[in-house]
Design a binder for this molecule. Sequence first.
Ligand code: MN
Length: 263
Amino acid sequence: MLPLWLNNGVSMPLEEYKRKRRFEETPEPAGKVEKKSAHRFVVQKHDATRLHYDFRLEMEGVLKSWAVPKGPSLDPADKRLAMQVEDHPVSYFDFEGAIPEGNYGAGTVMVWDVGTWQPLSPVPVEGKYLPGTDAEAAAMLAKGDLKFRLKGKKLNGDFALIKMKGRRPGSKGTEWLLIKKHDDYAVDGYNIDDYDESVLSKRSLAEIAGDAGAREWTSSRPAVGRGKLKAAWLADAVAKLDKKRLEEKKPGKKPAAKKKRKK
Ligand code: MN
């Protein structure tokens, strides 16, 4: 029998995602394959067994996903290893919080960056890559050389995801490289550790992990700056997170909590 990971991309969409998770235990969305794809992307900082960043592009009704151990970089000199992982449901793009101990990917998840992406045509015109089509994006993904432009809060400009060939023995065949192209958004010596802040809640990873308590959350809320969020879908995501946090604070939510909090 073939190892299950060999089914990646061949099996039913989201099948692997669903197989790995127990939705009665994890707050992650069960999700479904969407009929239409907007062109959103999300980068989630994920403090699991090992800290890594999950880079996800909305494509073909799901989030195509790569785990990037060192995280994306704006420095074109950095070639960041990106392991392709199972497709995630589109509703995952604003998931921030804690995956409980004992569950797949247990640990803290931060929405590190969000925005939109655009496929670039695989053939440059006079040295410049021009916007491409969804069909070109699908073909580039299948070929293992996907060029795209990001418009995010932290990540901007042109990037490429390139599938590594010449696999070593024991390799899963899921290794890609995430590389920033040279453009106006390139930053030499980019250090991702300098940007430990959620684009949704403004919290650091430690604050999310400590669950920031009601006090801290309340005081951090005005900093979210909903008025500055131009994209409606991002404002929705922030509102949803706010609502979730408020619900978590309600004493009635937990059966064990009988004490009423003093206001
Ligand atoms: Mn992850």
